[in-house]
Design a protein around this ligand. Sequence first.
Ligand SMILES: NC(=O)c1ccc[n+]([C@@H]2O[C@H](COP(=O)([O-])OP(=O)(O)OC[C@H]3O[C@@H](n4cnc5c(N)ncnc54)[C@H](OP(=O)(O)O)[C@@H]3O)[C@@H](O)[C@H]2O)c1
Length: 337
Amino acid sequence: MTRLTNRQYFLASRPQAMPTTDNVQRRDVPLGPPGDGEVTLRNLFISLDPAIRGWMGDEPNYIEPITLGDAVRSSVVGRVVASNSAEFEVGDVAMSLGAWEAYTTAPAAGLNKLDESAGIPLSLFLGILGPTGLTAYFGLLEVGRPRAGETVLVSAAAGAVGSVVGQIAKMQGCRVVGMAGSDDKCAWLTAELGFDAAINYKTCGDLEAAIHGACPEGVDVYFDNVGGDILDAALLCLNKFARVAVCGWISTYNVANPPGPTNLWQLVARSVTIQGFTVLDYRDRFGEGVTQLAEWLLAGKIGYREETVDGLDNILPTFLRLFDGSNSGKLVIRIPE
Ligand SMILES: NC(=O)c1ccc[n+]([C@@H]2O[C@H](COP(=O)([O-])OP(=O)(O)OC[C@H]3O[C@@H](n4cnc5c(N)ncnc54)[C@H](OP(=O)(O)O)[C@@H]3O)[C@@H](O)[C@H]2O)c1
């Protein structure tokens, strides 16, 4: 172990806009043995999530900002290469909060052991059977609270979270409309995932009119992944007593002084409930969520897209694709064994 080096991408400075190679830099550091109760993983998959951009800043967030000089925080799936804990053996596979690095050393208590024998691709535990699937599951069912016959509108609908939200809403008996940034994404939503309609928000022209057209009975649940102008348009299409589940605000993550939404007065006009949430609010129920998502997945009731890019050295440019929409579904870096 002591002769191994750990390649890391670390936060050298806080980005003011889109992160650059000035903000995120590479280094190779010696890899020591795990401490008491710790385990070292050789990372196989690193999750790329929009939330990481938030952690690069120093605004108040739901977890602490990444400390300058630390490797960029991320969820990882890796194989145990050294263990100083009775709970893990070399060769086990686990998920952990880790970083943009080849090896993650973490306390065994924070690791989630994965069962390779089930034959489920390990990367799915970072996506549909992991944080993004759980975000969709709890955010829709607990915050959006859709009822059969209602209309559910979803933004970033072809993304890792949004695509699962729409499919769960369909299983609740709802009319489901997605908004996404390309015709290919919209076609996937309606042709393969069972969405009732999809709006290409980049080409539709008047977005409010497009939402009214696709949601003739109005919107009862708006699951918002993006904020900004899309939220503003959606607010004008809500029904009385609608629920807005605020999951993310990706349209402003790289904008220094974003304008606020201007149509929040609709909350009064329509007696709307708006609630932000994070998936961590439901950490005590993750087991229930994963079991249900896995059952639906294995039964062919939910589909997904995943894009896997090989090589730790591709991590920053790949991460940036989350913000220009060129990713399709869950984005992960793979470091082949
Ligand atoms: N609350 C939580 O616990 C939690 C957990 C996970 C994720 N989230 C949030 O959920 C949202 C989606 O995350 P994800 O992991 O599923 O990512 P994702 O949707 O797979 O990827 C991001 C997508 O956002 C869209 N986008 C990017 N910039 C945009 C902009 N300026 N305006 C409108 N759309 C834009 C793009 O899709 P288009 O091509 O359609 O534009 C892009 O593909 C993010 O806001 C994230 O922060 C929250």
